[in-house]
Write a protein that binds this ligand. Structure first.
Ligand code: NCD
Length: 340
């Protein structure tokens, strides 16, 4: 597979054929991710998991995905606890850490920093988010989820009508997702945000150049009725010049049961890269939707493990050897044996 030995820095590196191959491998990961079987295919391999910005699910799901394939994880979190805080360059850090690891995942607050790090790395590097720029593995798991959710409804990806909602200016997940969607033709995409947080023109152009029907709006009720998938995003307060400016948009759009019943299609799918901001003054995606069948946010996070396992397996060239290193599970397999 073309991913073998490669960095994953941007979704621009992915063709539709490559994505289909990757997603087929992700489907093969389900028995291992749901603890029906164990594989030790990456026994002896080490992942360097370097997260220089807050993260829960991306960091932990990268780590779990590697562990589920039998590999070990070494982690650094926070710039202040790494030698970057002593003035070390990304190049030097990469040279050093790649001597300790077989593959590295990295998140950093500056756009372009992970690509710069990759120049100094002697092993493949996966971008876990570089500032407002890109978050390629999130976009891949989002596309995987979109396909799964549409197929649950008996629909094909060509029937996608997607509303992206929230802080589209700073949200790297939607920036990467727009680029992946440009591999398709003739989809419906609604971009709903406060005007000051609109999707940057370069991404609107990418969607339009792919022949998608794009509608830009700053009104929640305009963007929801036509969507079969709603992709909500958090106000990215860490990317604003001042907290006061971010606060102006906190709670600007709120999705709750009342809005959902009034404006959305029955069983419209709700996605969110998470974290959702559940503080009272934001409460962008209300808990009263938690039992709604269309709420796909935790199916989305589960899918993240499958897609990240597939990336590791393909980059390290073991995607055809999973069952060779397989054995049964020894322990009680969780509270819901049907999960997944
Ligand atoms: C996103 C991110 O870090 O860009 N989170 C994630 O990785 N799942 C979205 C966000 O922080 O709002």
């Amino acid at each position: 597979m073309i991913l073998k030995g490669q960095h994953v820095l941007s979704v621009k590196d992915f063709s539709l054929d490559l994505i289909h191959e990757l997603f087929a491998v992700a489907d093969n990961m389900r028995p291992y991710a749901t603890r029906q079987k164990v594989t030790r295919v990456l026994e002896g391999a080490i992942l360097g998991n370097m997260f220089f910005e807050p993260s829960t699910r991306t960091r932990v799901s990268f780590g779990c995905a590697f562990n589920l394939l039998g590999g070990e994880v070494r982690e650094t979190t926070g710039l202040s606890s790494s030698a970057l805080a002593k003035g070390e360059s990304l190049y030097d850090t990469a040279q050093v850490l790649s001597g300790y690891s077989d593959i590295i995942c990295m998140r950093h607050p500056d756009a372009g920093s992970v690509a710069e790090f990759a120049i100094g790395s002697r092993v493949p590097v996966i971008n876990g988010g570089d500032g407002p720029n890109e978050h390629p593995t999130q976009a891949l798991l989002d596309l995987f989820t979109i396909q799964k959710e549409l197929s649950r409804q008996g629909r094909d990806i060509q029937e996608l009508s997607l509303t992206m909602l929230g802080d589209l200016k700073h949200g790297r997940t939607v920036h990467s997702l727009c680029q992946l969607l440009s591999l398709y033709r003739g989809l419906k995409v609604q971009l709903v945000s406060p005007q000051a947080l609109a999707m940057p023109t370069q991404y609107v152009d990418i969607l339009e150049n792919a022949g998608h029907q794009v509608v830009v709006s700053d009104k929640l009720d305009e963007g929801l009725p036509s969507a079969n998938i709603i992709y909500q995003t958090r106000i990215q307060e860490e990317r604003f010049a001042t907290q006061a400016e971010a606060n102006r948009y906190r709670g600007y759009f709120r999705l709750n049961k009342q809005v959902y019943s009034e404006h959305c299609q029955p069983n419209a799918v709700i996605m969110h890269p998470l974290p959702r901001d559940s503080r009272n003054d934001a409460n962008e995606l209300d808990n009263d939707l938690n039992l709604e069948p269309g709420l796909a946010i935790f199916r989305q996070t589960d899918n993240g493990v499958l897609v990240r396992m597939a990336l590791f397996a393909c980059i390290l060239g073991v995607e055809d050897q999973l069952s060779k290193y397989e054995r049964p599970v020894n322990w009680f397999p969780g509270l819901d044996p049907l999960r997944g």
